[in-house]
Design a protein around this ligand. Structure first.
Ligand code: 2M8
Length: 433
């Protein structure tokens, strides 16, 4: 079984390679996405590390002067109509050394330091030249990764407590998660707006599996609001309707500091390693102080504008397990939540017992490999080897039986969304290795 799965995963990554970057899927997502690049690098580390570094470089070549790494880098060879919203809609000036590549003005979870560290660690298996290349790539990436962290922990600390706020649901990577429902209720949904645009996703995917038009009206409205001041974060809270501290985004932010500490050690910046470790610990503390609900014994998204925690139980609430400094009480609570009837292994994106659990609709129920891969990593961080192995085996079974789909039906395992999806294939390689 594993040779067959390995080969099919490797061939998905061949098909989706576009010269200097990987696309998540050819039809639905034809450009380069930020956190996809990180998950994909983890798999490329086994079959083509040179491409892992090339992909990360392509992404960071589009980094903005303020340090933000855009959530999409657009392929200039494609037409505006190939993805909505495309480059003209975002209206972002071209930054960096790839001036022909437009980008969006929002971010995604900063998983790249974790990915780069994993690619580096795997390099020795490919020989000395590969180790040398990996070191040089880490040296190139390090200041850029630090700039990304600095942007998120300063300009995006809208709540003033040491966490980064997302200002658009797309920034979480968990687009239509119920975690944002309460905060989004305050965002006008101008359905008229959509009549002037064409939702390209509905040409290539089933509408019942995608966010609704009401969601999209809000997504478009929030981009227009952020775009109005050229994506400036100054006084953003006073003029923008959505600002949320997400437990998953911030757990990845903390894990990135710890990966940066490792990278700094390897490239001879030992004094900086201690600073990153300390920053990671502070993010971990802030997540516990701001996002833990002692009554539900799990983490929830916090609406920065109202100071309230979302009541929804979502897979994002399990992600702080990635942080080694998480106190025992929180570790126990999250592991119990993960193993409870609400989730189980592999974990669906949303509470199975909720009245509005939706087995088909994207991040409102279906099972995703990337967040389960993060959950397994978190279990290993806390020495929960048996649970981690149970989860690994369940993920491998799911992908082997149903294919490298974007997401899966949480009861039957049926593949949903894009059929040859890069991060599913890439992470399958890591789970098999
Ligand atoms: C999905 O998001 C994009 C918008 O960014 C979309 O729906 O068009 C999400 O699953 C996100 O996490 C992912 O990075 C992206 C590309 O795979 O698709």
């Amino acid at each position: 079984m594993s040779a067959e799965l390995w080969n099919s995963a490797a061939s998905v990554l061949e098909t989706n390679w576009s010269g200097d970057h990987m696309v998540p899927s050819r039809r639905l997502y034809p450009h380069q996405w930020s956190w996809d690049t990180a998950f994909i690098a983890v798999g490329l580390a086994y079959v083509n590390p040179g491409r892992a570094w090339r992909d990360l470089r392509s992404l960071f070549e589009a980094q903005w002067p303020d340090g933000r790494v855009p959530h999409i880098v657009f392929d200039p060879a494609l037409a505006e109509a190939d993805y909505f919203p495309g480059p003209a809609f975002w209206g972002v000036p071209a930054y960096g050394v790839r001036p022909a590549h437009g980008s969006t003005g929002i971010v995604q979870p900063p998983l790249h330091a974790v990915a780069a560290w994993k690619v580096y660690r795997r390099a020795a298996a490919h020989g000395a030249a590969c180790v040398q290349e990996a070191r040089a790539e880490l040296e190139w990436l390090y200041p850029r990764l630090v700039a990304q962290q600095n942007y998120l922990t300063t300009r995006r600390d809208l709540g003033g407590a040491g966490l980064a706020a997302i200002v658009h649901p797309w920034e979480s990577g968990l687009d239509n998660s119920p975690a944002w429902d309460a905060a989004l209720a305050n965002v006008p949904a101008d359905l008229e707006l959509l009549t002037t645009y064409r939702r390209r996703d509905l040409d290539v995917a089933d509408a019942a599996h995608r966010p609704t038009d009401r969601d999209y009206a809000r997504y478009v409205g929030l981009v227009l609001s952020y775009r109005a001041e050229s994506y400036s974060d100054t006084d953003l809270l006073s003029r923008h309707d959505f600002a949320v501290e997400c437990p998953s985004f911030n757990a990845i932010l903390g894990a990135a500091e710890l990966a940066l500490a490792q990278i700094a050690g390897v490239i001879g910046r030992t004094a900086e390693a201690a600073v990153h470790r300390e920053r990671g610990r502070r993010i971990s503390d802030a997540i516990v102080a701001r996002l833990w609900n002692p009554r539900t014994r799990t983490f929830h998204a916090r609406d920065v504008r109202t100071g309230t925690l979302s009541p929804a139980h979502c897979v994002s609430g399990l992600m702080p397990l990635l942080l080694p400094d998480l106190p025992a009480e929180q570790v126990e609570g999250v592991v119990a939540e993960a193993k409870s009837p609400r989730f189980g292994f592999p974990a669906p994106s949303y509470d199975r017992t909720a009245g509005d659990f939706d087995t088909l609709r994207y991040w409102r129920g279906p099972t995703w490999i990337n967040v389960n891969w993060l959950l397994r990593r978190g279990l290993l961080v806390h020495g929960r080897r048996d649970e981690a192995e149970e989860l690994r085996a369940a993920m491998v079974r799911l992908v082997h039986q149903h294919g490298h789909f974007e997401y899966f039906h949480p009861r039957t395992g049926e593949g949903l969304g894009a059929p040859t999806f890069s991060w599913t294939a890439a992470l399958a390689l890591d789970l098999l290795a």
